[in-house]
Design a protein around this ligand. Structure first.
Ligand code: OVM
Length: 418
């Protein structure tokens, strides 16, 4: 391997200080060049928007089947059977991807919108009735996905508390075997068995995403051996991601009360708000690829069979691509962000995430006229996820807005209180 004319960085991107606040490291990474060599791990890395975008599009050279974490599956045993979606390339990738894209398509989610809006209304009303000062991460961002998503999958009620720890470990496991992975190792066998067993057809309700995946197997679109692993992708990638996306959005608004006023004035900005928060906070910070052949990036040649770490979070704040990249601003167009990746592996669950976030935001918009931080937010550290353990907020209620909940039962309220 040659490292001639390659910028070499000695940083550890998985060090706790960097995980807690990657801003400075991201800037050093982007400014060092189009691609750098991270000496500590013997890997390559890119943080500029243009190069991250190009690498994600080029699945032939930047492959996923050798794993999208630090471990190279050609040389190391994966901690679990590889995902048929995430850790796979065409042609094997195509059928599972097609099935899951249909199961999670905007059309397939249509009937969930009113259900989830109602659930969000109930949760938000309950939280606000208890106190106007609460932890937005613990009171809203965590419970809401756990309230709607496992039901939508069709999971049985018991053991759902295993979902977050399993997902948290899976995202840690993309990084080096540091303390975050070691901490999770104690429960890997137990959690893995629980998740694995819930993917069986007989465990899943006869309506829901799980049943829809099994129905695709009945139609021959995927095999019966593939179906449980496709269900596993839902259970791995579907909970922690949306929890941390929702807490990112709530943190953005709590730290930018002016943008909250703007959203309240024009609730159609809710979609922009979601993407802008994903851009700024990048709940999924990184994914690796593995080179299938030597590839030139600028003046550097990366050899074949090398791990390349792509910094979605750094690309999402690249000043070469974004004006005032570190600002949460609903007047920008955040489309083109890398928060959901790009290309054939772009997040297949993003419409689910959008629906969840929009349900929570819409419920808050009508009830909360002002929100702000009420203490120091606390990070939850993970090798891949950018997450909050706690986001203390204080809100001022809009008593008129809270009356018109838009739900069928509320239609009587204005008449009762003319
Ligand atoms: C999967 C998967 C997909 C995306 C992210 C992820 C743990 C897992 O297919 O299992 O993170």
């Amino acid at each position: 391997m040659t490292t001639d004319n390659v910028p070499i960085l000695t940083h550890d991107p998985f060090d706790d200080a960097v995980l807690a606040d990657p801003t400075e490291f991201h800037e050093a990474l982007r400014d060092a060049g189009q691609v750098v060599y991270l000496e500590k791990y013997g890997i390559w890395a890119m943080g500029r928007h243009a190069q991250v975008h190009a690498a994600l599009q080029d699945w032939q050279v930047f492959q996923s089947a050798a794993g999208v974490g630090l471990a190279n599956f050609r040389k190391e045993e994966p901690w679990r059977p590889p995902s048929l979606l995430l850790e796979s390339d065409p042609p094997h990738h195509d059928a599972p991807r097609h099935v899951l894209a249909n199961v999670l398509s905007p059309r397939a989610l249509r009937r969930l919108r009113s259900l989830w809006s109602q659930d969000a209304e109930e949760l938000v009303a309950q939280v606000l009735s208890q106190s106007t000062a609460f932890d937005a991460a613990k009171a809203l961002a965590e419970p809401f996905p756990l309230r709607v998503f496992p039901d939508a999958v069709g999971l049985p009620p018991g053991g759902r508390e295993n979902l977050l720890p399993y997902g948290d470990h899976a995202f840690n496991a993309f990084g080096p075997t540091n303390r975050h992975v070691q901490k999770g190792a104690a429960r890997v066998a137990e959690l893995g068995e629980w998740v694995g067993s819930r993917c069986r057809r007989d465990m899943l309700a006869d309506q829901g995403f799980g049943a829809a995946i099994w129905a695709a197997a009945d139609r021959g679109e995927i095999t019966e051996q593939q179906a449980p692993l496709v269900v596993r992708s839902l259970l791995t990638a579907g909970v922690d991601t949306t929890v941390h996306a929702i807490s990112a959005i709530l943190h953005c608004f709590a730290t930018h009360p002016d943008q909250w006023q703007r959203l309240r004035a024009d609730p159609s900005l809710v979609r922009t708000a979601f993407d802008e928060a994903i851009r700024l906070e990048s709940p999924v910070q990184t994914f690796f690829r593995t080179t299938t052949q030597p590839i030139r990036v600028g003046s550097v040649e990366i050899p074949a069979d090398e791990k390349v770490l792509l910094f979605l979070g750094a690309a999402n704040r690249d000043p070469r691509r974004w004006e005032e990249p570190n600002t949460f601003d609903l007047s920008r167009d955040p489309s083109g962000h890398m928060g959901f990746g790009m290309g054939i592996h772009q997040c297949v669950g993003q419409h689910v995430a959008r629906l969840e976030a929009e349900a929570i935001l819409n419920a808050l918009i009508r009830r909360v006229q002002h929100l702000e931080l009420n203490g120091e937010p606390v990070r939850h550290l993970n090798n891949t996820l950018h997450a909050w353990a706690s986001v203390p907020v204080r809100v001022e209620l809009d008593h008129e807005g809270a009356q018109s909940t838009g739900s069928p039962t509320s239609l009587v309220t204005p008449a009762a209180n003319p």
